[in-house]
Write a protein that binds this ligand. Structure first.
Ligand SMILES: *[C@@H]1O[C@H](CO)[C@@H](O)[C@H](O)[C@H]1NC(C)=O
Ligand SMILES: *[C@@H]1O[C@H](CO)[C@@H](O)[C@H](O)[C@H]1NC(C)=O
Length: 367
């Protein structure tokens, strides 16, 4: 019984990778710092110049690439799983990069809502970039004629493409929370943010996309920056099972539930499309419940790279700035710089989507 089980398991795992490498020929990604592979850096990175130097990138690339992590991101692991090259950032277009296997439009700091929304409400102070989701969609439309020509040609090409729409929206909330917005106020903005995401997904389907993966938000109540800024003297504000801030995780779940409803409506409108929800929340929450199982021996709630404080997030000495230091082994931490996660954490999230239960319907269809 046992050897047979192992063999069939291996066969299934191997089979999944094989059929999947045949399945997608390109990936198009939209989002923020969780998936930016260089656009923000190429656009000047004025709000965050340290992204252009070590220790960012130290783990895998061994130099800074513009990724907000020590190494690879979820999108990199997805590309690997499908046997595709790492996605070049769209803004490298001037270098004549080959985009036939896909391209990455994500920009660190990007919001789901247009920057105008923040300017009109005078909450633009922390905005890193104006390259919101609709700007990224505009780049896609501009690029499209170089990828395919007739409708038939485009439909055939995009049929074999995976469109990753997010994670996006996390910054819309971050900017407002960091400026003192309350959970109640922010809940009122959730339908707007979710609307921007589902509108972008619709627009892509209208352009020919049929396979879309739309991630939800991470458990922000477990993030070092939220733990530091919104720490509470009241023990009851913390989840006893993981030490995270309950109300902020509740907010992430609120957003995710609205997003799931929005995606359900899209599935009804476009029955020919496969619209996959990626449960980043569930995939990451595991780390805080059973850290050792994932190799997170030294830190689940403290950042690897930072300048002191209870969660190693110090606004005056953020990762990469004077007074900060990176830990020796980033793979022993969930959190990289207080805001973003380590390559190790992103790898486990990606595996949770590719071969685990965190994509609905499953990303890999076993045939
Ligand atoms: C974003 O746009 C506003 C005006 O619409 C401009 O003042 C600001 O400099 C822009 N920000 C960036 C980072 O480009
Ligand atoms: C935060 O960083 C500043 C500047 O390096 C430093 O003076 C301060 O002691 C640090 N705070 C903590 C809690 O380590």
């Amino acid at each position: 019984m046992k050897p047979f089980f192992i063999l069939s398991f291996l066969y299934l795992a191997f089979g999944a990778v094989l059929s999947s490498s045949q399945k997608y020929e390109s990936i198009f990604n939209f989002g923020d710092s969780l998936s930016d592979t260089g656009n923000f850096l190429l656009s000047g990175a004025l709000a965050f110049p340290v992204i252009g130097k070590l220790p960012y990138g130290e783990t895998f690339f061994q130099h800074a690439t513009g990724r907000c992590s020590d190494g690879r991101l979820v999108v990199d692991f997805i590309a690997e799983a499908f046997g595709l090259p790492y996605l070049p950032p769209y803004l490298s277009i001037a270098d004549g990069k080959d985009f036939r296997h896909g391209v990455n439009f994500a920009v660190a700091g990007a919001t789901a809502l247009d920057s105008q929304f923040f300017y009109e409400r005078k909450i633009e102070k922390l905005l890193w970039t104006n390259d919101s989701l609709s700007v990224q969609l505009g780049w896609f439309k501009k690029l499209k004629p170089s990828l395919c020509t007739s409708k038939q040609d485009c439909d055939n090409y995009f049929k074999k493409s995976l469109f990753l729409v997010g994670e996006i929206g996390g910054n819309d909330y971050n900017y407002a929370f960091f400026l003192g917005g309350s959970i109640k106020q922010l809940k009122a903005a959730v339908p707007l943010v979710v609307g921007a995401i589902t509108r972008a997904a619709s627009a892509l389907i209208e352009e020919g996309a049929v396979e879309l993966l739309v991630p939800g938000n991470l458990p922000i109540g477990c993030s070092a920056v939220y733990m530091t800024l919104f720490g509470s003297p009241n023990k009851a504000d913390y989840d006893p099972t993981n030490g995270c801030l309950k109300a902020f995780n509740g907010f992430s779940k609120y957003h995710n539930n609205q997003l799931k409803l929005g995606l359900q409506a899209l599935r009804e409108k476009y029955p020919h499309a496969r619209i996959i929800y990626a449960d980043y929340y569930g995939a990451a929450k595991r780390f805080f419940h059973a850290p050792r199982h994932y190799g997170f021996f030294s830190g689940t709630l403290t950042a690897c790279c930072g300048g002191g404080g209870p969660y190693n997030f110090n606004y005056s000495a953020r990762c990469g700035h004077y007074g900060s230091e990176a830990c020796k082994d980033p793979s022993s931490h969930v959190n990289w710089d207080g805001i973003h996660l380590t390559e190790a954490a992103y790898r486990h999230i990606a595996n949770g989507l590719i071969s685990g239960p965190f994509s609905t319907p499953p990303l890999i269809t076993s045939s």
